[in-house]
Write a protein that binds this ligand. Sequence first.
Ligand code: FAD
Length: 318
Amino acid sequence: MKVTDYFENANGQTLVSFEVLPPLKGGSMAAIFDTLDPLMEFKPPFIDVTYHREDFVYKKMPSGYYEKIAIRKRPGTVGICAAIMHRYGVDAVPHLICGGFSKEETENALIDLNFLNINNVLALRGDARSFDGKFMPEPDGHEYALDLVKQVANMNEGKYLDDNIENGLKTNFCIGIAGYPEKHFEAPNLATDLEFTKAKVDAGARYIVTQMFFDNKYYFDFVKECRKAGINVPIVPGLKPLTKKYQTSSIPRHFYIDLPGDLSKEIMKAKNAEARTQVGIEWCTMQSKELKENGVPCLHYYTMGDAATIRKIAEGVF
Ligand code: FAD
């Protein structure tokens, strides 16, 4: 079923969904199942699986020179989606990114997904490789998520890259996109960011999942600004508990978001790891409850492999 169908059929109830990361190369599906098994009792109708582009490192060779080596850190998104659907009978939403894909490779990936009866995708530009510093598309790839959304929407119309394909199979993808309550870090301002978000919705995106935030005001303001800008699709808040001291600087650095003073103070003050985890659980539960009371369509948790913490939050909310 499509993600948006779940929202429509929920009769105003807030749903729950989870996001998992593919294991590092050499890892097994057991890590994914270990994360999801304890969470399935909360009945998520869909599970997201992220996609991570290869990166590069320099390795010192016996000669003393450095060699640039490509690392495909987390392969397997499509296979993981199929395995999740098979094991739990829920929908899986693969993240589809522009980075590292030519348009034809994207088309082929979409054909595979369609054959597997995976009918939802979250269409993203993808992060820059640490090696590049800024996002670099493939020579024949998409520069922005907007172009990826257009490609998926075209396939839903039976339009493939090769004009000679007549009466091509029409795929049936429900397209989700990312949204940034605190603005995407490259956008000059929120209004401009929302113009591009609206362009993605006009091109066929049917719902938005937000970047994590730790102050619900950002989410509520973002929804208001989206509605003012004519963006009327469901906006799903993405949530992550902050449970570690180093995250008080790594999260703002990596995700370009603010942490409320009360939260960072409590985390710094906590006596040990257990106390910090408890602070994170309580904060995220408080955020979740307020969002739920305000009728959000779904609470989407970034699990980062930490099932125990997410489970405690879900127990407090659902
Ligand atoms: P875009 O919509 O392309 O926007 C990127 C920037 O360009 C923005 O500043 C925007 O304002 C601007 N822009 C957009 N269109 C245009 C245009 N036509 N002309 C000029 N400027 C434009 N990354 C991964 O690598 N893998 C994942 O699995 C993944 N999952 C994610 C899930 C969620 C819910 C979120 C919020 C993010 C995720 N990301 C993931 C990170 C995401 O890929 C990065 O934040 C990336 O930098 C931007 O992606 P986007 O789809 O928002 O890009």
